[in-house]
Unconditional design. Structure first.
Lengths: 404, 316
């Protein structure tokens, strides 16, 4: 079924490009005279819009939508109208691949923001790269997506891939440093065996050991697990002072609750995937004191952040922007900035694809998460991280630091 | 030693949850030889029914979590679950009563998907109800979710008291119901020979409905136990729990009520022990399902009738 879809997609792509080649040559002479007409370019979003992680996926979609709407309102790119093309990946690699194929075969699509999960990006990257569509992820943290599998000899696998969030290589050490600074000597580490959770947990454990700490337990859970009693007992036997859990909020919340119900009263520490208000709702009052790290400065402290919050409110979205709203908005802005360079010289959206990739590499502006721009691997140049703590049922920022 | 007791308790309470659901598979199978794969969804709907009851009560009590909410939630959950199971039997299974064995099985899978999606899409549409597309926090009833209780050096999560207590009460009730009431004896008769039972004046259709209802009521209790123990419920929770409970029923000997309880407890304890004590690379939480299913395969190979022994069904 899937290969059939791929085939269909490829066929559509070929026929679309043939059609375009024909169109292009015929309309070119009159292009100058019809400068007033508005052309449409689509920006795809691939994120989980249904399922457990839909809260985050919908936040991504809405934030990108806001960035595009603002660009249209201020007529950022004269003669062009930007349109959102959201696709659901259900946080599943093969669904994500189908979504990417669908977007790649749409001749109007010039850029894609997504995905949420590193695991999904692994299957989306090659498809978008083959179609020369730039991809900006607001949420992928797996190092290998930009630097390849071999950490010692980093090699960029896909030129079309960029991201606005910090990777495990930045976040892991930040968390380890923070824990070490607050006097924690014994840390238990758990992960959910997905690329994101595993990568981050490994990075935290490695740095924590380097800083002289003791990783007393290293456990894994299954992503469908509901009952963590035994894992908690295994960790409890080692008396950790904190538990780092590499996962997303829907597993971290019950883990926190069950830890405390079983008398393991130490903070649960998570990465960016845990920072959602839903975590506090699900984990309940006992989540007090739990910690998460998140890329970028605290939204309440930057003036642009307040503006974003107000604009988001005004746009009337039904759901909040969740964990990745800020990086997604920056990703949307980055796409607009790149399109500003590539679209005016293009006759149609699909011919601007390669130019958009080239322009993306040079993007530079002040975004919500700091300076937005990309290094030679496509990673965000801003490496600011903030640690948040649950206080009185709310995430409160308690330390922001820049990581080398 | 404490660590071992901890694990035993984890296993028993997890197993008690499986057992409560497994009874539903076994009772229905014993009577109509149907594996009702939608039973996991009845469990899920029981939990949502209890949650709904609490939300509706909350409009009067302002979201109180006092202990007296619990019996009302249990009743609410049971009513919704039993209603679902009875409707399911009436409209999906009864028309297929004499169809080939495969047809009701596929229907069961269809109902399972239907119920999941129904809850996912429509639960949040009811005014005042939370969106069910992601996990929803389950009300934390005071007594059962406070700090752990120290019983002889073992810290016990209070939700465990509920699930183990519920299993004992339900098991005792079932024993009384099946052996001491006219309906229960009629159930035994139908499971032995439906045609002769009919000739003896037993309304077989009614007995089948009773079997579905009993299973659903216990599944609703399990749904509440799940909510109290894990703190949240979601529309997909029935799938894995149902699969494990089905395994438990087969393990104990499908068709046998005591078998379902023994199978459930065995499965829970094996999972907990394998996680905690299996050494090296093959231990830990990731492998617990592997060991649980290895056990199932061994039982099926060496003792196909299950641990306790299934009723031998002899039908033309």
């Amino acid at each position: 079924m899937r290969s059939k879809n791929l085939l269909g997609g490829a066929a559509a792509l070929v026929s679309a490009s043939l059609l375009f080649a024909a169109c292009g040559s015929r309309t070119e002479p009159s292009a100058g005279s019809t400068a007033g007409a508005t052309k449409t370019a689509k920006v795809g979003v691939i994120a989980p819009l249904t399922g457990d992680l839909s809260v985050m996926g919908i936040g991504i979609r809405n934030s990108v939508d806001l960035a595009l709407k603002q660009a249209n309102e201020s007529n950022e790119i004269p003669g062009w109208k930007l349109e959102l093309a959201p696709e659901d990946d259900q946080a599943t690699p093969d669904v994500g691949a189908n979504a990417a194929t669908k977007l790649a075969s749409d001749k109007d699509v010039v850029a894609v923001v997504g995905t949420l999960n590193s695991g999904v990006s692994q299957s989306v990257q090659p498809i978008l790269n083959a179609a020369k569509i730039v991809q900006v992820s607001p949420a992928n943290t797996a190092v290998s997506l930009t630097k390849g599998a071999d950490e010692a000899n980093p090699k960029r696998p896909y030129d079309s891939y960029f991201r606005t969030c910090a990777t495990d290589a930045v976040q892991g050490p930040f968390i380890a440093q923070y824990l070490s600074d607050t006097g924690i000597k014994k840390l238990a580490v758990v992960n959910d065996k997905k690329p994101y959770g595993q990568g981050l947990a490994t990075a935290v454990a490695a740095e924590f050991k380097k800083l002289g700490g003791d990783v007393v337990a290293d456990e894994t859970v299954n992503k469908d697990d509901k009952d963590f009693s035994t894992v908690i007992d295994l960790m409890k036997a080692k008396n950790p002072q904190a538990v780092f859990f590499g996962t997303e909020f829907q597993l971290a919340a019950p883990m926190s609750q069950q830890m405390k119900n079983k008398g393991l009263n130490v903070p649960l520490v998570g990465g960016d995937g845990v920072k959602d208000d839903k975590y506090i709702t699900l984990a309940g009052a006992k989540s007090e004191g739990d910690l998460v790290s998140f890329p970028g400065p605290d939204v309440d402290t930057v003036p642009a952040g307040k503006q974003f919050a107000a604009d988001y409110q005004a746009a009337g979205f039904k759901d909040g922007w969740s964990a990745y709203g800020l990086t997604s908005y920056d990703a949307g802005k980055a796409v607009v900035a790149a399109l500003k360079q590539s679209l005016p010289n293009a006759t149609d959206a699909s011919s601007a694809r390669q130019a958009t990739i080239d322009a993306m590499a040079k993007v530079s502006f002040d975004g919500l998460t700091g300076k937005v721009g990309f290094d030679q691997f496509g990673d965000a140049i801003t490496k600011t991280m903030t640690m948040y703590e649950v206080k009185n049922g709310k995430w409160v920022a308690n330390k922001t630091a820049s990581v080398k | 030693m404490t660590f071992f007791l901890d694990q035993l308790l984890n296993g028993i309470s997890l197993g008690a949850l499986y057992a409560l659901i497994a009874v539903g598979y076994t009772v229905v199978y014993g009577i109509v030889q149907l594996i009702n794969f939608a039973h996991g969804e009845v469990f899920m709907i029981g939990a949502f029914g209890a949650l709904s009851t609490w939300i509706v009560l909350g409009t009067v009590t302002g979201g109180s979590t006092a202990w007296w909410n619990l019996p009302l939630m249990l009743v609410g959950g049971m009513v919704v679950a039993v209603l679902t199971a009875v409707l399911m039997e009436r409209f999906a299974y009864r028309p297929l009563r004499n169809a080939p064995r495969l047809a009701p099985l596929i229907t069961a899978i269809g109902i399972s998907i239907f119920l999941q999606e129904f809850v996912r899409l429509f639960f949040g549409e009811i005014p005042g109800f939370p969106d069910a597309k992601a996990a929803i926090p389950f009300p934390q009833i005071d007594f059962f979710t406070g700090d752990p209780v120290n019983v002889g050096g073992v810290l016990v999560h209070r939700g465990n008291f509920f699930v183990i207590g519920a299993l004992i009460v339900c098991w005792a009730f079932l024993w009384w119901f099946v052996n001491r009431t006219a309906t229960g004896r009629a159930m035994q008769a139908v499971s032995q020979d439906p045609d002769t039972s009919r000739l003896m004046g037993i309304d077989v259709d009614r007995i089948i409905v009773v079997a579905f209802a009993v299973g659903a009521a216990l599944a609703a209790v399990a749904g509440v136990a799940h909510g109290l123990r894990y703190g949240n419920i979601d529309f997909r929770m029935g799938f894995l729990a149902g699969l494990k409970a089905f395994t438990a029923a087969v393990l104990g000997g499908i068709g046998n009520i005591n078998g379902a309880v023994v199978g459930g407890l065995t499965l829970g304890v094996v999972e907990a022990m394998a996680t905690a004590f299996m050494p090296g690379q093959f231990g830990g939480p990731s492998w617990k399902d592997v060991w649980a299913f290895v056990l199932l395969i061994l039982i099926l190979v060496f003792r196909p009738q299950g641990l306790v022994g299934a009723k031998v069904v002899d039908r033309a």
